[in-house]
Design a protein. Structure first.
Ligand SMILES: C[S@@+](CC[C@H](N)C(=O)[O-])C[C@H]1O[C@@H](n2cnc3c(N)ncnc32)[C@H](O)[C@@H]1O
Length: 212
């Protein structure tokens, strides 16, 4: 069974200069709660499945990346090493921490109280040109919203940095994002108009009905 919906297949000149990804990291097989209003579920509360690192690594992100492109990748602090391995497996070289999101709330941690999430940046070839703003700040201070939802401010900052590059969000939960292509289980397939998530749900329902 396919683990992922098909990625777009852009012509070489249409490959993306900016790829922004927030993967469903696997935390020992637990379902992650996607929160209200998520994806194409019409406002229903649902959970999304997580994907193991080895499977995430199989996603052919290099096939959609321009020769000169950047990958912005959300990571969780305890799994930072996995995020760096994933960026490299997708064909990018590790660059630096692009954004630190201060969630304005603390959570207990084994060492210090945790409060921040990191968005890493990786590079393939050169930094894409032309560039936009060069004074974009690393620290984003925004309150948390739904579970795992990242602040839109990060997308806006990337747009200011690279206004002219083609951009795609991978593992997107919002289907329409002006100026961005989107891909993920919640995003409808252009031909069928149906999402990977809908098809998986229906497959499960059929299996349950058949008692398998
Ligand atoms: C961490 S969330 C992304 C949250 C999003 N960045 C936001 O700010 O709302 C990961 C997303 O990956 C999606 N997902 C889970 N399994 C997937 C798969 N096999 N293929 C594509 N997308 C998947 C889930 O639906 C979930 O919305």
């Amino acid at each position: 069974m396919d683990k992922f919906p098909p990625l777009p297949a852009p012509a070489p000149d249409d490959r993306y200069g900016v790829i922004y990804a927030d993967p469903p990291w696997d935390y020992r097989g637990q379902l992650q709660h996607a929160g209200p209003g998520s994806g194409d579920s019409g406002g229903a509360i649902r959970h999304y499945p997580t994907v193991r690192l080895n499977d995430l690594m199989q996603l052919n992100v290099a096939s959609i990346a321009a020769d000169d492109s950047l990958l912005f990748l959300w990571a969780t602090s305890p799994h930072l090493d996995q995020a760096i391995d994933l960026g490299k497996a997708w064909g990018f070289a590790w660059a630096t921490v692009a954004f630190v999101w201060d969630k304005q709330r603390v959570n207990p941690g084994f060492y210090t109280m945790s409060q921040c999430e990191l968005c890493l940046v990786f590079k393939r070839g050169r930094i894409p040109a032309p560039r936009g703003a060069r004074n974009v700040r690393q620290l984003v201070s925004e309150p948390r919203a739904d579970h795992s939802r990242k602040p839109s401010e990060v997308r806006r900052r990337i747009e200011r940095m690279f206004p002219e590059q083609r951009k795609i969000e991978l593992f997107a939960r919002e289907i329409e994002i002006p100026g961005w292509d989107t891909w993920g289980e919640a995003v409808a397939h252009p031909q069928t108009g149906r999402s990977f998530w809908q098809e998986r749900q229906e497959r499960q329902e059929r299996q349950e009905a058949a008692g398998t």
